[in-house]
Design a protein around this ligand. Structure first.
Ligand SMILES: *[C@@H]1O[C@H](CO)[C@@H](O)[C@H](O)[C@H]1NC(C)=O
Ligand SMILES: *[C@@H]1O[C@H](CO)[C@@H](O)[C@H](O)[C@H]1NC(C)=O
Ligand SMILES: [Zn+2]
Length: 505
């Protein structure tokens, strides 16, 4: 670490000394050189663009200037209000077509758009619904009338209820509302992080009854991969708790069944779509568990990774950091793999907080001390110079999920997102969407838009986009030879993208 700082100083300081001042005015040539030097440090700053790429870059720059001078600048306002504006943006349309590489931070529980869940899944036979005392919903597929549960006293067959209500569109819209965070007036409806996180967890629970029905899970996962491919993404690393799934007759399947299902569906999908590379899972457990429960989960994850090495990428802890337990709290559980002499790669969510100086705020450093492979969010990283240096030195990429950070109220105007600092110094970084269906996004294009236009500002260019897409393959958990395959596949798509974009200018 110390050495790298000294090197940086040696490289850059002499330049400053070389700035000659004549008649009080700095030398323009030196000024130009310094500006280019600084620009070269940003994400993509070292990427050399081809002539064709430079053309597209100039066009993008011009579009960006236009969007920045418009009356409403989408990254500056809440995503729920910005979404229709973004959809009209020509930059966004280009980003949709751009091959973005891999999505490395998505939770399976929120992989597929709610439109499909409601319009397709809730229309399947044997689907029961119940309304809880706190105005939430639960779903259950069952051969016969389900028994009352603690949270659900009265189950009704959805088909019958829909027929009785007589306004299927209105009813379906109300169901969709239960499954996303979307609202017309987010600032009033979600006055604090507490309120929005509560709704967030409620929506998860509501969707669970649908997604954990075994036949639905297959279609759901396939559909999720389809949505990603449609957004020009070629590989997925998803977080999943491997929830138990159930059949119509009440049979329960274990985690191994769920893992095998992911494996089978991924195989089928990649066979059906040769330009998709695959999907791997990061097994996740909730930070509300006890140390002994997490110990058991770590042991189990070690075993599952041994049994399914091509599917299981590693392990993570999920749930809101501010109200949950810190990584250090679980240190006994998390040091088990090292003690047992086995490797279980970690992909920790860390620093998804603005609580500076708390235990939670230390999660980033702890994640690094536990040799995390990447950092989920790392929102707080810019405030931790030492952790930042470590993460850079060890090539531990930050998974930036800008829309998630905004909707969950860490930042309101994305121009102020701390990742702007990380981008300006070319910190290892990938872009992801966290919980797309809850936020009303699909694929990565919306998050790329916010990163490219909002956080990166005018200085982010086509080189930035190229580097971010390449990073997603570089920083994935794929084995070296698969990364190479992925990079070759990506380059082909990229060249086609540049060619067709220029043809449409
Ligand atoms: C529901 O989704 C399944 C799987 O994607 C598909 O085969 C089926 O046709 C869909 N049904 C409707 C009514 O859209
Ligand atoms: C992290 O990696 C270092 C160096 O490889 C190793 O010595 C250490 O045991 C690892 N720590 C944990 C908690 O895995
Ligand atoms: Zn997450």
């Amino acid at each position: 670490m110390v050495i790298s700082i000294c090197q940086a100083v040696v490289t850059y300081v002499p330049l400053l000394w070389m700035v000659r001042v004549t008649d009080g005015m700095p030398d323009p040539a030196q000024r130009d050189l310094l500006m280019r030097q600084e620009a070269s440090r940003q994400t993509g700053g070292q990427v050399t663009l081809t002539v064709a790429e430079q053309k597209l870059d100039a066009y993008l720059h011009q579009l960006k200037e236009q969007e920045m001078s418009a009356a409403q600048f989408p990254p500056a306002i809440h995503f729920f209000k910005a979404k229709p504006l973004i959809q009209k943006s020509p930059i966004f349309k280009l980003l949709q077509k751009m091959p973005k590489g891999a999505a490395l931070h998505i939770h399976t529980s929120s992989l597929v758009g709610v439109e499909w869940l409601v319009k397709n899944v809730t229309y399947r036979p044997h689907c029961y619904i119940c309304f809880t005392w706190d105005n939430s919903v639960r779903f259950l597929f069952s051969e016969r009338q389900p028994f009352p549960r603690w949270d659900c006293f009265y189950w009704r067959l959805l088909e019958t209820l829909r027929a009785q209500i007589g306004d299927p569109t209105g009813f379906d819209n109300s169901l969709m509302q239960q499954l996303t965070l979307f609202t017309e007036d987010p600032d009033v409806e979600y006055p604090s992080q507490e309120v929005v996180w509560e709704r967030f967890e409620k929506a998860f629970i509501a969707a669970a009854g649908l997604i954990t029905h075994a036949p639905v899970l297959r279609d759901y996962f396939y559909k999720g991969l389809e949505e990603l491919l449609h957004d020009n993404i070629m590989y997925l690393e998803f977080r999943s708790g491997l929830s138990r799934t159930y059949e119509l007759d009440g049979t329960i399947h274990d985690k191994v069944w769920t893992l095998k299902t992911f494996q089978e569906v991924t195989r089928k999908f990649t066979a059906d779509h040769l330009d998709f590379l695959g999907a791997r899972v990061i097994i996740s457990v909730h930070r509300a568990l006890s140390v002994s429960e997490v110990k058991a989960a770590v042991k189990e994850a070690i075993q599952l990774q041994k049994d399914f090495p091509d599917v299981v990428a590693g392990f993570d802890m999920v749930g809101r950091e501010d109200s949950g337990r810190s990584l250090w709290y679980f240190r006994e559980a998390l040091s088990m793999p090292a003690e047992l002499g086995v490797t279980l790669p970690y992909f920790f969510h860390a620093g998804e907080t603005d609580d500076d100086g708390t235990n939670v705020d230390q999660n980033i450093l702890d994640a690094l001390l536990f040799n995390t492979t990447r950092i989920g969010h790392g929102y707080a990283l810019a405030h931790h110079p030492l952790a930042k240096e470590l993460s850079r030195k060890r090539n531990v990429a930050v998974e930036l999920c800008p829309i998630s950070n905004q909707v969950l109220k860490l930042v309101s105007d994305l121009r102020n997102h701390p990742a702007a600092v990380l981008m300006s110094e070319g910190h290892p970084m990938v872009i992801s969407s966290d919980d797309p269906s809850l936020f009303g996004t699909t694929g990565l294009s919306y998050d790329f838009y916010q990163t490219f236009v909002g956080i990166g500002g005018l200085k982010a260019n086509l080189g930035t986009l190229k580097e971010l897409a390449l990073n997603s393959i570089r920083y994935s958990s794929l084995q070296a030879h698969l990364k190479d395959t992925g990079l070759v596949m990506w380059q082909k798509k990229w060249d086609a993208f540049i060619f067709s974009s220029l043809n449409h200018l």
